[in-house]
Write a protein that binds this ligand. Structure first.
Ligand SMILES: [Fe+2]
Length: 356
């Protein structure tokens, strides 16, 4: 790293007194998390959402845990398990939500008016969908013997900072008809619209049954053999993208704004993350792992397994992603030699030949 990168920063306060005052006085999202009575996992990583420990979720039914990663407060995740044959309590909410199914099978009904039409679709491991803003929805497990688990990214922290009132956030009856039309029988079943001429590809859709089966397009500037698709769901202001890169390769290090939650679905490997001037920290992953880089934190994903690596990244919104002036990345020829050597050693250990 250059000298400029290792300039030492100091802090005026550990916690600024004004922030301490505001947190003691308000902290609406922190207070809400405490009231939920669920485990709250902080840090920036969980190894496997399919097996991590959950607590009983009195408000919704089922079991859950919050992932409150990287002190971002623009988007937080949670993991939820629905017991065999059970349903969660119906809910509506003035914040965005994108759901990735980790294991099991189930379904979701979505509607506005209790006396009006509802749309119901079934999901499985690898399904991806958004809850249309403020629509009433109910998730249920369709198996009588196996639990179902999903991971979800929401903009709940923003809603709590803005309104501070759960009664308003979960109890307002405005219908955002431009997000979801219950009279549209095919709303969750019609094929998506691929805009493949757009660099990196864009998929506009309302429901993806299997994220492993969608089309991807080349995105070579992120690394050799890299393939990609951006995904916009049900008019959500949040979005997702899928990235795939070949056996024996890794992606270029890059950084951007807060809120990206990288959910690993295929192969095995590790991610390095570091702030300017820091040594990288390593996070080993496999299917079910989630890694969440903080705002402005460099991160780099390495495939050391014997199949192409694929992940789904869930994002807060384009407004905070901070890529409008182009993605900031480190080209392979500028990277630290010791990071390449670590990768070569890991691949050798797994019997994988490096294709960089
Ligand atoms: Fe990223």
């Amino acid at each position: 790293m250059s000298e400029a990168h290792i300039a030492k920063a100091t802090k005026e306060f550990a916690v600024h007194p004004y922030i301490e005052f505001m947190t003691d006085t308000y902290d609406p999202y922190g207070k809400w998390l405490a009231e939920e009575g669920l485990p709250v996992v902080d840090g920036e990583y969980v190894y496997d959402v399919r097996t991590m420990e959950l607590g009983d979720w009195a408000r919704r039914g089922g079991r859950g845990a919050y992932l409150s990663f990287s002190d971002q407060r623009v988007a937080d995740a949670y993991v939820c398990e629905i017991p065999p044959g059970a349903s969660l309590a119906p809910q509506r909410q003035l914040f965005e939500e994108i759901i990735l199914v980790a294991s099991g099978r189930g379904g979701t009904s979505i509607w506005w008016d209790d006396a009006g039409p509802r749309r119901t679709f079934e999901w499985q491991r690898g399904s991806l969908f958004a809850v249309p803003l403020n629509a009433k929805h109910e998730h249920f497990n369709t198996s009588g013997s196996e639990p179902a688990r999903f991971m979800s990214l929401t903009s709940q922290p923003v809603a709590f900072e803005m309104f501070r009132d759960p009664g308003f956030i979960f109890g307002t009856d405005h219908e955002f008809r431009d997000r979801f039309d219950p009279d549209d029988a095919d709303f969750f079943s019609r094929p998506g619209n691929y805009l493949t001429e757009y660099y990196g590809g864009v998929l506009h859709t309302n429901f993806i049954s299997d994220i492993r089966a969608i089309d991807l397009v080349p995105r070579e500037r992120r690394g050799k053999g890299n393939r990609n698709m951006y995904i916009h769901l049900a008019g959500s202001t949040m979005f997702a993208h899928v990235s795939q890169f070949p056996v024996g390769t890794y992606k270029k290090a890059h950084r951007h704004g807060p809120g990206a939650h990288v959910c690993m679905i295929d192969s095995t490997g590790y991610t390095l993350m570091w702030q300017d001037g820091e040594e990288p920290t390593r996070y080993d992953w496999a299917e079910g792992s989630v890694v969440c880089p903080a705002a402005g934190q460099w991160h780099q994903h390495y495939n050391t397994g014997t199949e192409p690596c694929r992940f789904v990244a869930l994002h807060a919104s384009t407004a905070v992603q901070r890529e409008e002036k182009g993605l900031e990345q480190i080209e392979f020829e500028d990277e630290d030699d010791k990071l390449r050597r670590m990768y070569e050693e890991e691949c050798a250990r797994n019997g994988v030949s490096v294709q960089m």
